[in-house]
Design a protein around this ligand. Structure first.
Ligand SMILES: Nc1nc2c(c(=O)[nH]1)N[C@H]1C(S)=C(S)[C@@H](COP(=O)(O)O)O[C@H]1N2
Ligand SMILES: [Mo]
Length: 540
């Protein structure tokens, strides 16, 4: 194995030079991105490009496998891949310095191309972070590889030696000195790169300060139309069932943003324009807050939620009624002769979501939300303003960080997810979930009773019945908690006289139109999962 050890010893300086070059490239890019635009950093734009190109099924797999850590996993994956490239280019540079350095530049061009292809690209300036990083990384690799070649104390640099000095000079001066020379250069590089990275971080942090201040300093007006109190019987006191109103910190988050947009409410604007908008307008945040606000409880659901999955939450939202605002701009729904049937909402990060104009204006509580559970929207959930349309999955209605509303037609334009095989129209399907006992649990029994409980939802239609079945037994009515509104989920419970042994519990819900949740299993793509949730438990 000594030949293996030799190989490692020979290539180690190259690997180290490559990794340092990579680190330098990313740090300098971070610094440049802090100046240009934080979201234009190379890992962010490449990650974004990967997300944009990820097929729906893979995206759903990622959400399933990694949950809300999917973006972290993606970024770590990109870093790991970059490390592999860096090692390879570093070792290559030991023999071919120019080729190794050129390899770093090529990676920079890939980053720059990804930056230009992002939907939120701010134009040519976005290529700067990737290119500046690549130039710095290439220079570091070129210089360090020169030193490493000599540090190897081979009989003189077979590629013509290092920068400046003649081939072999330093090799003759002894391996110890050369190694020290390499290590010194490496240490200086590492220190400089760390400094650039830290400075970049600090600058990006500063950039978001205006946004943070605009949120912290905000006092939301009282609603002109407050939500009635949640009925006392809406929240069951069964251990293991979630809160009726999901706290903001527990509210699921699904979006494509690798860097959460930090928008300053003071400079934010919302433009309303397009087909049939006879009075196009741009609103400031102040102007929105000056309108009469409504407060409503609405359960938001993600189309990527598997049967039994966690991607829904219920909150008390405060916002501007959207239908009235559109009417002020001259918009008419298709049923009244309006020419636009699709409302496309755009966000500051280039996301587009399309909702049926008819749904938005049919009297339901569609809103431009500014508050969530008594506080300004959290940045993660769309500060300063997001859209909500009860009854529609989030991807066709709930645009976060919204800054543009365009009236158009379904024929004329496909928004982001629709271009990726998701359905144009996607009302929420009637669904139910067992929250306790958990799958494969050994549930506690109380005098032979096991409490089974969960939630059911069918926004706009409401839930009128929930039934539970044990194994292949008959469907039994569950007890329904009080209904808050037709737009919120409804908790249910079932006292199960449980016999010991293994059992499968299945649930199904019936909505306000009398439709019972289908047994037909479908995948989440293209318009939401259907089928019934069941859990297997072992009663002691
Ligand atoms: N700007 C933007 N808005 C977005 C998304 C996004 O990726 N970008 N995702 C949508 C999807 S798929 C869902 S389910 C909801 C989730 O909202 P939440 O993260 O506040 O729960 O936001 C919607 N709004
Ligand atoms: Mo979603």
């Amino acid at each position: 194995m000594s030949s293996f050890r030799n190989t490692v010893a020979r290539t180690a300086p190259g690997g180290a030079a490559g990794l340092l070059a990579g680190f330098t490239a990313l740090s300098v890019a971070e610094l440049a991105a802090a100046v240009v635009r934080p979201a234009a950093g190379p890992v962010t734009v490449v990650g974004g490009a990967v997300i944009d190109r990820t097929p729906a099924a893979v995206k759903d797999f990622a959400i399933r496998a990694f949950g809300e850590n999917d973006k972290l996993v993606l970024q770590l994956g990109i870093l790991a891949l970059l490390a592999v490239f860096a090692l390879f280019l570093g070792v290559l540079a030991l023999r071919h310095r120019r080729v190794g350095a050129a390899g770093v530049l090529v990676l920079g061009v890939v980053g720059a191309a990804a930056a230009l292809g992002r939907p939120d690209s701010a134009g040519a300036a976005d290529v700067l972070p990737s290119l500046a990083g690549a130039v710095a990384g290439a220079a570091v690799l070129y210089l360090l590889a020169g030193r490493a070649t000599r540090a190897r104390s081979s009989p003189a640099g077979d590629e013509g030696g290092g920068a400046g000095a003649g081939p072999g000079d330093e090799a003759r001066a002894g391996a110890g000195w050369n190694r020290r020379g390499f290590l010194t250069a490496a240490a200086v590089t590492a220190a400089a790169a760390t400094g650039a990275g830290v400075l970049g971080r600090a600058l990006s942090g500063r950039r978001g300060r205006g946004a943070v201040a605009s949120r912290t300093g905000l006092t939301l007006p009282a609603p002109a139309s407050p939500a009635p109190a949640v009925p006392s019987g809406a929240e069951l006191k069964v251990p293991g069932i979630g809160a009726f109103t999901t706290p903001n910190r527990d509210f699921y988050r699904v979006d494509t943003a690798l860097v959460v947009p930090r928008v300053d409410a003071a400079t934010w604007r919302l433009r309303v324009h397009g087909k049939g908008v006879t009075r196009p307008r741009t609103y400031t945040f102040e102007e929105l807050l000056a309108r009469p606000l409504i407060e409503r409880d609405i359960t938001l659901t993600c189309v990527s939620n598997e049967v039994g999955g966690p991607y829904l939450g219920n909150a008390r939202w405060l916002g501007v009624p959207l239908a009235a605002l559109l009417a002020d701009c001259g918009v008419e729904p298709p049923s009244k002769g309006g020419p636009a049937d699709q409302l496309v909402a755009r966000s500051v990060d280039g996301m587009t979501l399309g909702s049926p104009v008819e749904d938005v204006m049919d009297g339901r509580n569609a809103m431009l939300a500014v508050g969530m559970n008594g506080e300004p929207l959290p940045f993660d959930h769309g500060f300063p303003v997001r859209m909500l349309v009860p009854g529609l999955y989030g991807y066709v209605s709930a645009c976060k960080w919204i800054d543009d509303i365009e009236l158009t037609t379904f024929d004329a334009y496909d928004p982001y997810w629709v271009k990726r095989k998701w359905a144009r129209r996607a009302p929420v399907k009637t669904q139910s979930r067992i929250d306790t006992p958990k799958p494969f649990a050994r549930p506690a029994t109380h005098g032979g009773t096991v409490m089974v409980a969960g939630v059911a939802w069918a926004q706009r239609r409401g839930i009128t019945r929930v039934e539970v079945r044990i194994d292949d037994g008959p469907w039994q009515d569950a007890d329904l908690a009080a209904q808050d509104t037709v737009d919120t989920w409804r908790q249910w419970s079932y006292r199960w006289q449980a016999a010991s042994g293994g059992h499968t519990i299945t649930v199904r819900a019936t909505d306000g139109t009398g439709q019972t949740q289908t047994e037909q299993r479908t995948r989440t793509v293209p318009d939401g999962a259907s089928g019934r949730h069941s859990v297997f438990v072992t009663v002691p």
